[in-house]
Design a protein around this ligand. Structure first.
Ligand SMILES: Nc1ncnc2c1ncn2[C@@H]1O[C@H](COP(=O)(O)OP(=O)(O)O)[C@@H](O)[C@H]1O
Ligand SMILES: [Mg+2]
Length: 360
């Protein structure tokens, strides 16, 4: 395989509840890139927000809670980051890959820092990241773009705390059971509950409230879950469509990462019209939030025909069980090719920015 040597600064970990998922994604990526000529310079962000270089970053990888791996095993995969500062690490890399899930990573905060530093980075910019992270803002943008979304109500944690009885009655009247209660800003199903009746509603709102001030409650659907990968900048293309069968009542954090019960079917066994429509909707969603580089767009299929968009993930998982790399593999793009393509897209996007001082 002949490819240009490229050095990626891999930012992983982070302050969000999805820290472990990010570490698992980083390990999987380093394994997949072994021997490809793509070099990885790891920079870890601890749970309390400390940025770790060198051996400390490698130790964070070895401490992965979701996928145990020995220190030495992981250490052999990464370049030792000998830089003394993050700034120095930045200067020695071609492109930054923020492989961070959830708040403080996938939400535009880190992207803002990278914009300020004027370095090429993989994935969406500030706006696309922020819209893709916030389930309430995301739905408003999807509705505006004509994409069907599941009936939902948005509320603030403080309004619920002020008058829980009235808010719970309102939700019950508007949506009925079952409902899904979610924090607006989170991922990996963290803080999400399926609510079957009144007695479960208050605890569910409490759980979601631990993660965000803004909450979202949706009508619970009896649905199949379809996923589509998107790759590109201004001319994005869609992957084949896959299906996730959670193997449990819904695709919870445990179903995703602990119980190992979910089954992924790629390509999904759905009529051609359904997968075509999903692919078109995925690209529409990508454009609607101004995503860049990559995204995984998730859908619900009800009654074999009705398609609702669930969400867009601007930094999809790259763990060993993650759908995004699998969807692209099934579309003819291998894992190393995918990472290389993402790095190219990052460079392309960076080159399109006005150079400092260019503005009139
Ligand atoms: N309205 C809904 N109806 C049915 N199932 C849902 C609904 N919302 C969420 N789910 C289930 O919960 C899972 C996680 O919800 P999602 O909104 O995708 O959150 P996350 O961003 O954490 O992945 C989904 O994959 C699905 O299994
Ligand atoms: Mg999801």
């Amino acid at each position: 395989m002949s490819r240009r040597r490229i050095r990626i600064l891999l930012l992983f970990g982070g302050r969000s509840a999805e820290h472990d998922v990010s570490v698992a994604s980083a390990i999987a990526m380093m394994r997949a890139l072994e021997g490809t000529g793509i070099e990885v310079l790891p920079v870890g962000i601890s749970r309390v927000g400390q940025w770790q270089l060198g051996d400390s970053a490698l130790r964070m990888l070895g401490d992965s809670a979701l996928f145990r791996s020995s220190d030495t095993d992981v250490c052999s995969l990464a370049l030792v980051n000998g830089a003394r500062s993050f700034e120095e690490s930045l200067r020695s890399a071609d492109v930054v890959f923020p492989l961070l899930h959830g708040p403080y990573g996938e939400d535009g905060t880190v992207q803002g820092l990278l914009e300020l530093a004027d370095v090429p980075y993989v994935g969406s910019g500030v706006l696309g990241s922020a819209l893709g992270m916030d389930k309430i803002a995301m739905k408003a943008v999807f509705e505006h773009a004509g994409l069907p979304v599941v009936p939902y109500r948005a509320l603030s944690r403080s309004a619920w705390r002020r008058d829980p009885q009235a808010v719970e009655q309102w939700l019950e009247d508007e949506l009925g059971y079952p409902m899904f209660v979610k924090p607006a800003n989170m991922g990996s199903s963290v803080g999400i509950s399926k609510v079957h009746g009144r007695q479960e509603l208050r605890p569910a709102l409490g759980r979601a409230s631990r993660h965000d001030r803004r909450l979202l409650v949706e009508r619970g659907l009896e649905a199949r879950e379809l996923e589509c990968g998107v790759l590109g900048n201004d001319e994005p293309s869609a992957s084949v469509v896959g299906e996730i069968q959670p193997g449990e009542e819904y695709y919870s954090y445990e179903a995703k990462y602990i119980h190992d019960c979910a089954v992924s079917v790629i390509p999904a066994d759905v009529p051609h019209e359904v997968s075509q429509r999903v692919r078109e909707m995925a690209v529409t969603a990508f454009r609607a939030v101004d995503a860049a580089g990559m995204a995984r767009v998730d859908f619900f299929l009800v009654g074999g025909r009705d398609i609702y968009i669930n969400e867009i993930n601007t930094i999809p998982g790259f763990t060993p069980i993650s759908q995004f790399p699998r969807l692209w593999a099934a579309s003819g793009v291998s894992y190393p090719e995918l990472v290389e393509r993402l790095a190219e897209l990052a460079l392309e996007r960076h080159a399109q920015r006005p150079a400092p001082g260019d503005e009139e």
